[in-house]
Design a protein around this ligand. Sequence first.
Ligand SMILES: *[C@@H]1O[C@H](CO)[C@@H](O)[C@H](O)[C@H]1NC(C)=O
Length: 283
Amino acid sequence: MVQRAVLTLLVGCAVAFAAPTDTVASISDATISKVKANAVKISTHSWEIGTALEALTELEWPSLSVFGGSLPPPVKLSSGTASDVIQWATKIVKAKNPNSLPLIDGDGAVGDPASIGTAVLLTNWTRTDRSDHEFSTAAGHQLTYLLDDAPRTSDGAISHRSEQVQLWADFVYMAPPFIAYFGALKGGSGGLSLLKIAYQQCKLYRQHLRDSSGLWKHIVLGSWQDNHHWGTGNAWAAAGMMRVLETIHHSKLASQMQSEQNDLKSWINEIVSASWKHQVCVT
Ligand SMILES: *[C@@H]1O[C@H](CO)[C@@H](O)[C@H](O)[C@H]1NC(C)=O
């Protein structure tokens, strides 16, 4: 399970595509350690840091990931728990420009900095200094940027680019899981509407990017497009929807979002089934 998470997220986010378990189990701890060390070392861009933080959480602290335990997570963590994730998120927040809403520079991408937001929310939730509101404020700014500032399509899809309205499959892994996690921690009617926004963004992105093959294109709208079925892009979309689904499922609001969970499952399956036809199986 843990190895599958690291495979999923570090090696190009290729969704585990129901890979035979023996293949997964054959990846040694030593290999995983190397992949992990390298991922931490080379991650400098917002989306890389967000993905690495998520992979570390799933690998080392699975009960704190959205696949693991009920949400919200515990307020008090035993000493050392998630320390690598928390330290990295803390470093980002301490370095944040107070005048900018996103957590970090996104190289023109709207969605990418939000990928770090999940770790920032976890850091806020479990912080030992309860009078420190810096993490909460930073996460709130990131959400405000996505919901109120970023450009959108006329039907409401949040653009992946800041300079023009353009939708990229990658967005689905970067932003909706953060919006959903924010909602699961917030709870109540405000939390429910955030979970619904996360779901709605997945729905809109699918409407714009999926074609009759069941696969998603990479980039649509704006001044240029990439209509190819980029494999990793399909994996970003499926894995992002999986995190939104699991966040809803483990939240206190799960029973109020049954049809949304069913939709997400079928949209993930749609990508996995359509991709499966293109797998070259080496035995
Ligand atoms: C930060 O944590 C506090 C609990 O200490 C919580 O009330 C607040 O909603 C959290 N902020 C966010 C943005 O989740």
